[in-house]
Design a protein around this ligand. Structure first.
Ligand code: B12
Length: 457
């Protein structure tokens, strides 16, 4: 059968890491494609972030029997619109929705233009859906799959247990012309890869630990290295929810990468406490190519850190930032702007960033994401669709979707000002990093090591 997998585009005006700030390879779709190809299906991927107007042509030229759409919460309505268009142009084509949002709130896809909704890991259930379709059966009774029957959606039962080593290697051959366009900041072209999934922490704003039921899954080192060795790009974003949790795995992986002679530039997530605890491990990773860490600092007050259940204090954060700098590892510092922020809170955040001389701060607005306690009910959500469901297109973490203490306009002015405040510095840093000058990073480390820090609060 012919299968088209679609990555939706977002609203154009997102700031931060919107479609303008970063577009990375559609790893989920490459996994699904690899699975479907094992059963002999013909698969194409359409990345609408790069080809915004290409949907109709792709459908009409290729005439797929099934279309799969992925997406985060901000893509829900776009995903539904894509499937409406599929049914308009190809009424017999089967539509399947999956991804983060479908996993946590499948009911948002219980609409007439959708045939199946997949919760959780998608490769196995997607293969089963396709097998059923190829055999002329209705794809019902499949674990993790909701299927429309007589206008109602019926569950096929709980998803399969997640087994990180029971997945095919993602098929990176399907987008030969797009690969050069994938980037995150200066890292271009960039590939995505994972070596672990899950997180042992329980931050209140995050849903990832819930998706994995609180478990931490580790991939076999040989499989990671085999995949890595076949990745053509020099830059690699390890999409692990929190990479440096299992010391043994990460030491072994670094050693295996080294002995395989693989030379890449890595970017990945790291908590401050992992950084402080695992300096030796981080050094080993820096030596095999770790260039940049995404550090979710989130908050600069003890109260917010506690509210978020971050389990860190300000002095640890400041020490961690110093350590990263001294190691010569670039830091993407992520901050959550709480909707309770008043002008003085914005000022305090700016002071913190300046005090710690962060080169590349970035900001998101506290958003009650699906899967978090904050979204158990939709009561707090102020931005709703006419049907009462949240306005998912605003769940890009760049819009307040709950009440703000400041008037909304004033809040947004202050919020945009944060980006403006640091844009010059960030751009200059990006330019420097674009030159990929390790010497310059070492120089920064040398200067940092000569400076003394005193906590800001
Ligand atoms: C890589 C990544 C990015 C990349 C882009 C992703 C890409 N492919 O291009 C970058 C860095 C650009 C990015 C940006 C943003 N991201 Co992001 N990102 C991730 C991250 C770390 C990994 C995603 C990934 O590739 N996972 C690996 C794949 C294999 O897993 P998967 O996507 O879950 O797919 C599996 C299943 O879900 C299922 N499945 C998925 N799709 C489908 C489709 C079908 C048909 C089927 C059957 C099954 C299926 O099967 C797959 C294989 O097992 C996740 C966190 C995480 N650990 O997942 C956040 C995450 C997805 N991002 C998130 C957010 C919010 C954003 C931003 C809005 C943040 C911002 N404003 O700064 C932007 C939006 C940018 C944009 N326009 O898309 C949230 C989404 C939460 C939500 N409910 O919406 C997440 C979950 C992180 C979080 N904070 O909780 N992100």
């Amino acid at each position: 059968m012919k299968i088209l997998l679609v990555y939706p585009n977002a609203r154009a005006e997102i700031i931060g890491w919107g479609d303008l700030g970063a577009i990375a390879e559609p790893l989920a779709l490459e996994y699904l494609a690899a699975g479907a190809k094992l059963d002999g299906h013909d698969v194409r991927i359409l990345d609408l972030r790069l080809h915004r107007d290409a949907l109709d042509a792709a459908l009409l030229d290729y005439q797929p029997a099934a279309v799969g759409v992925t997406g985060f919460s901000m893509h829900v309505l776009r995903g539904l619109a894509i499937c409406t268009r599929v049914k308009e142009l190809l009424p017999d084509c089967i539509t399947v929705a999956g991804g983060h949002h479908a996993t946590l709130l499948p009911e948002d896809f219980f609409e007439p233009q959708i045939d199946c909704v997949v919760q959780g890991e998608g490769v196995k259930p997607f293969r089963e859906i396709l097998r059923a379709l190829a055999a002329g059966r209705t794809p019902s009774g499949i674990p993790g799959v909701w299927t429309r029957a007589d206008g109602r959606f019926l569950s096929g039962g709980d998803p399969y247990l997640f087994d990180i080593d029971d997945m095919p290697l993602p098929d990176r051959s399907l987008l030969p012309d797009d690969r050069a366009s994938y980037f995150i900041d200066w890292m271009k072209p960039i590939a995505l890869m994972r070596s672990t999934v899950g997180c042992p922490f329980r931050c209140s704003f995050c849903s990832l630990w819930r998706i994995m039921d609180g478990k931490y899954h580790i991939r076999a080192v040989e499989r990671v290295v085999t995949e890595l060795a076949a990745i053509p790009e020099e830059c690699v974003f390890l999409v692990d929810d929190e990479a440096f949790i299992n010391r043994k795995h990460m030491f072994e992986l670094a050693a295996a990468i080294k002995s395989a002679g693989i030379r890449k530039r890595y970017f990945t997530y790291c908590r401050i406490d992992s950084l402080l605890r695992e300096r030796e491990l981080l050094t080993a990773w820096r030596d095999v190519g770790l260039e940049r860490l995404f550090i979710g600092i989130e908050a600069v007050t003890a109260r917010d850190l506690q509210d978020y259940n971050k389990r860190l204090n300000i002095s640890q954060i400041e020490e961690g930032l110093t350590v990263a700098r001294a190691m010569g590892i670039a830091v993407f510092a992520g901050f959550i702007v709480n909707t309770s922020f008043e002008k003085r809170d914005f000022k305090q955040l700016i002071r913190f960033i300046e005090h710690n001389r962060l080169d590349y701060p970035s900001f998101t607005i506290l958003t009650p994401l699906p899967g978090t306690d904050a979204l158990r009910t939709f009561d707090a959500v102020t931005e709703r669709q006419p049907n009462g469901r949240p306005s998912w297109e605003l769940f890009d973490l760049q819009n307040p979707v709950t009440r703000t203490t400041l008037p909304r306009d004033a809040f947004m002015r202050e919020y945009r000002n944060l980006f403006n405040e640091f844009i010059g510095r960030s751009l200059q840093y990006r330019e420097e990093m674009l030159l990929h000058n390790p010497e310059r990073l070492r120089e920064r480390a040398r200067i940092a090591s000569q400076q003394t820090y005193s906590p800001v609060s």
